[in-house]
Ligand binder design. Structure first.
Ligand code: SAM
Length: 283
């Protein structure tokens, strides 16, 4: 890009070409998000005025963001925020970028608990607080606690709770490999680390270099999930629900353990038809 005013279409095309050369997946889509964010226009509006020049101050900012994206910095870190369910969250390297499949997990939970749930919710490995904040925003009578080993994540989750003006949630440090839970909960939800080290090594640069490794990698893929199932067995109230996001093919390890502890179990597929969620209920 040079310094003369370029049109929306020229900026989109040049930036897309630049990101393509840098190996960015879905470059055009990312460019559209960047241009739309900086110029404060909806993505579809960019094409309604594709021949119009983009103001130079915007053009410079777009260039800055596109260069960052070319270094494989995740789009969500560049924009600094993300929409997740009904909430908006700050997003940076302090915690995992919340994923669409996790958004789907919160939908599955909401469908089951409704909007008048007044129980106690525990989110184990809360990260940015995405799951808990969404659930507690939809259920103002519920009380939520989000626990995480990472102090950086707890700091971001607290900021996200303030951003969403929530007073029914709190976040604390906790390590499930070292500590026991003291209270009973009506709903325990967790999207814990579940990748093997090999899976993590094969991930995109955005994941490997910008998401915290502690958020992703678990010994054998399933050791953290097993810890969480054990905690849920002792700390889920009568009739309580455990909702888990899991990795591919982990059902074979997890189901026999869950079946020995919980009478009712659902295995649910993600948008790509792969079994990724388990919802178990206590008697
Ligand atoms: C996959 S991330 C999920 C973050 C968030 N819940 C989400 O869905 O976007 C897993 C989280 O578990 C946390 N974690 C990893 N090991 C932990 C442990 N032993 N005790 C507590 N939290 C842990 C990580 O810091 C990370 O925030």
């Amino acid at each position: 890009m040079n310094n003369s005013p370029l049109s929306f279409l020229e900026i989109i095309n040049l930036s897309t070409e630049f990101l393509q050369k840098k190996g960015v997946p879905n470059p055009k889509c990312d460019v559209e998000w960047i241009v739309s964010f900086i110029t404060n226009k909806k993505r579809v509006e960019l094409y309604l005025e594709f021949e119009n020049p983009v103001e130079l101050q915007y053009q410079n900012k777009i260039r800055e963001f596109v260069i960052e994206r070319g270094k494989r910095v995740p789009l969500q870190h560049i924009l600094g925020k993300i929409s997740f369910g009904s909430v908006e969250l700050s997003c940076d390297k302090r915690a995992l970028i919340p994923r669409p499949e996790t958004e789907y997990l919160t939908e599955l939970i909401n469908e089951r608990i409704g909007s008048k749930f007044s129980g106690k919710i525990l989110d184990l490995g809360t990260g940015s607080g995405a799951i808990l904040i969404t659930l507690c925003k939809n259920n103002k009578l519920a009380t939520g606690i989000g626990l995480d080993k990472s102090s950086d994540a707890i700091e971001l989750a607290r900021e996200n709770a303030s951003l969403n003006k929530l007073e029914n949630v709190r976040f604390e440090n906790f390590d499930w490999t070292q500590q026991k839970l003291e209270n009973q909960y009506d709903l325990i939800v967790s999207n814990p680390p579940y990748l093997t080290i090999e899976e993590w090594k094969n991930a995109e640069d955005e994941v490997k270099f910008f998401d915290p490794k502690i958020a992703l990698v678990s010994t054998d893929g399933t050791s953290d999930l097993c810890k969480i199932i054990a905690l849920a067995e002792s700390n889920l109230s009568k009739g309580g629900m455990l909702a888990l996001e899991t990795g591919l093919g982990q059902k074979t390890v997890l189901l026999p353990i869950l079946e020995s502890k919980f009478p009712k179990i659902e295995v649910i597929k993600d948008f790509t038809n792969r079994e990724r969620f388990i919802i178990a209920r206590k008697d």
